[in-house]
Design a protein around this ligand. Structure first.
Ligand code: GLU
Ligand code: ZN
Length: 304
């Protein structure tokens, strides 16, 4: 009997991991759509994780709104939605282990004077501080200068020397909030993520994630970093640049336009089709290598 086992049976688990610091804008939609289609085209699962690590920066109601928008756009996730706010104990236990293994240390330096004096590279001042100081402190992960590189599915080879380019980086902030870098790496591992599709703004965080994966003996997922959608001023769409939230009443239009922005050449006849049909077409025709190679896509060229 014929089977189709030869067509990609590699297990694939992808994810979309929005921070509820604002509602979804067109740039976040493009990331959601690309990670969804790449997962579905590979017969994979697509998970949603809410990265709610920074309550003071959260927009009230954003979590519910984001999930409602994903549902309206028929971007159906598999399994339960994870919330990073519920995983503090797990992050803390790992940070404590890093400190007791002398792979991380407490740092009492203040950000502004550090930057004034040394720029954005932390020069290791507090290395060796393994006992929690009485004054407020952050926790930094000890780095070294071996090159850490990977092959991005779209951007090609990328590497950094963490110690000389960045220095020991923060995994827990002075205000006791957990840093994105440790949470994202631990959660991607815990959720079995095999493939990460996200914006190019995170490319230069990825060597830090690879370094953490090495220290923790985790597998390294495949990475694809997408070009960013930019506004008239050439800025990445974000809350800080006052990007408009995508509306819930025209999902077809925005989904079609996402496929177009991703270089997938959706046919004009598909315009106005129900969201599930547009996503079905997108899954059937998904070609990663059609995504534009440039680093940004101007929203003015998209007829939003
Ligand atoms: N939470 C991050 C953001 O919204 C994305 C994290 C990721 O995809 O690794 O920018
Ligand atoms: Zn310090």
């Amino acid at each position: 009997m014929a089977t189709n086992l030869s067509t990609s049976t590699k297990p694939y688990i992808g994810r979309f991991a929005p921070s509820p610091t604002g509602l979804l804008h067109f740039g976040s939609l493009v990331t959601a759509v690309a990670s969804y289609l790449d997962a579905k085209a590979n017969q994979g699962l697509w998970l949603v994780r809410i990265e709610d690590l920074d309550p003071p920066r959260e927009t009230p109601g954003a979590i519910a709104e984001i999930l409602k928008t994903l549902e309206t756009y028929q971007l159906q996730w598999d399994g339960e939605v994870w919330h990073q706010s519920q995983r503090h104990d797990i992050y803390q236990a790992q940070i404590d282990r890093f400190i007791s293994d002398q792979k991380a240390f407490y740092c009492t330096c203040s950000r502004k004077p550090l930057i004034r004096k040394y720029g954005h590279r932390y020069p290791g001042i507090c290395r060796g501080t393994y006992t929690k100081p009485a004054e407020p402190s952050s926790v930094r992960l000890l780095t070294n200068d071996s090159p850490i590189g990977f092959e991005d599915g779209l951007q090609g080879h990328f590497e950094q020397h963490l110690e000389s380019e960045l220095g020991d980086f923060i995994i827990k902030r002075k205000d006791n909030l957990y840093a994105y870098h440790i949470a994202v790496v631990m959660d991607d591992e815990a959720q079995g993520i095999t493939d990460i599709v996200r914006g190019l703004d995170l490319l230069d965080s990825t060597p830090r994630h690879l370094y953490l994966q090495q220290l923790l003996n985790y597998r390294t997922p495949n990475y694809v970093h997408l070009p960013l959608i930019t506004n008239q001023l050439g800025q990445k769409l974000s809350k800080q640049t006052f990007a408009a939230p995508i509306p819930n009443d025209q999902p077809s239009h925005y989904l079609w336009t996402s496929l177009y922005a991703l270089g997938q050449q959706p046919p004009a006849e598909l315009k106005g089709a129900p969201p599930e049909e547009i996503l079905f077409w997108g899954t059937e025709h998904w070609q990663l290598n059609k995504i534009p190679k440039q680093s940004s896509i101007h929203e003015a060229n998209l007829n939003l």
